[in-house]
Ligand binder design. Structure first.
Ligand code: ZN
Length: 176
């Protein structure tokens, strides 16, 4: 049973797309699912939409945001279950936007003008190291609940340009 809405079983599709709280995040973020659109789909269909809306012609922020929203929805679900921390729709979206900006800052050159008027270009070190060309890299995040011994696992696949290709999550019950 989904512990966020208590109205449906907790599948990955429900957590990321179908839960009323997730629907609210998608609606308010105005990214790929707007209005009452889409979330009645299967997980595969929703992932398909997620990837098909990826458009190289849009800004970097908009390219990354839907995937970061998925990730933050997953993290907000873990925060509620494991830390009893309830995040609002706005907080989830803000965290997703912040992480996009952090990511883009980390992988780009930081250019700024010093007080003297001199242009300063600083190469910032990226925390995330891309895989070799034509390879994908998978990053995994997990959390563990001491009382009921649940383990939550989330993962994201990125290509060698740092572009998100697929993401998922699941709960492993009764870890020993
Ligand atoms: Zn729910």
């Amino acid at each position: 049973m989904c512990q966020r809405c208590s109205s449906d079983s907790e599948s990955i599709n429900h957590i990321l797309f179908d839960c009323p709280l997730s629907r609210s995040v998608w609606r308010q973020s105005n990214t790929i699912f707007s209005g009452s659109q889409a979330q009645d789909n299967s997980l595969e269909e929703n992932i398909e939409i997620l990837l098909s809306r990826y458009d190289q012609s849009t800004s970097k922020e908009l390219q990354h945001l839907p995937f970061r929203i998925c990730w933050q929805i997953w993290k907000s679900r873990n925060a509620l279950i494991f830390n009893k921390e309830k995040l609002s729709t706005d907080e989830v979206i803000d965290k997703a936007k912040d992480s996009v900006n952090e990511w883009l800052t980390a992988i780009s050159q930081d250019t700024r003008v010093q007080p003297s008027g001199q242009l300063c270009v600083e190469q910032r070190e990226s925390k995330w190291i891309p895989p070799p060309s034509d390879f994908f890299k998978i990053n995994v995040d997990g959390s563990f609940h001491l009382n009921n011994q649940y383990i939550g696992v989330g993962w994201i696949i990125r290509d060698d340009h740092g572009v998100y290709r697929l993401a998922g999550c699941s709960r492993l019950i009764q870890a020993y």
